[in-house]
Design a protein around this ligand. Structure first.
Ligand code: FAD
Length: 119
């Protein structure tokens, strides 16, 4: 996985350029000739994330971890506009990654149970 910014130019030549850099680095670090053992190669990048997931700027991780989109400044679990609408998953609290996405489901379930009791 090669972390890059969103909205960058994406084409076959650029992908191959990055691939060469990574393979060269891996071969240098491991002391093994890896390239000659590759039987199949497939990449998934900005254009694919846009096409397959309609993701903003071809991003893979949702919201950037900038200060204004971190911790309690992330989108709420409960919609401010639509009554009884809740959100869970990496785009809300606590954030990206499988464990936080699962925690998010637990938090929202607890919130719904708590709010239901108050109705
Ligand atoms: C390349 C890559 C590597 C990663 N590696 C790791 C890792 O090593 N460890 C880790 O913890 N996390 C990793 N992550 C992050 C992790 O995969 C995500 O944070 C996590 O999967 C988010 O879970 P989620 O349920 O919030 O969203 P998702 O898993 O994205 O699920 C959202 C689902 O909603 C569906 N959907 C979207 N729009 C609609 C719609 N309009 N109608 C119906 N369905 C819709 C999508 O098809 C998708 O199935 C990685 C992510 C990427 C992209």
């Amino acid at each position: 996985m090669i972390p890059i910014a969103t909205n960058l130019e994406d084409n076959e030549d650029i992908r191959n350029e990055y691939f060469d850099i990574i393979i060269e680095r891996l071969e240098k670090l491991t002391g093994e000739k890896l390239r000659e053992h590759i039987l199949f190669k497939k990449s998934f990048c900005i254009n694919d994330f846009e096409k397959e997931y309609n993701s903003y700027g071809g991003n893979a991780y949702g919201l950037a971890n900038t200060l204004m989109q971190t911790a309690f400044l992330r989108p709420n679990l409960k919609s401010k506009k639509v009554k009884n609408l809740y959100f869970s998953g990496q785009l809300t609290v606590p954030g990206p990654g499988v464990p936080p996405a699962i925690v998010s489901g637990k938090l929202v379930a607890e919130l719904i149970i708590k709010n239901e009791k108050n109705i």
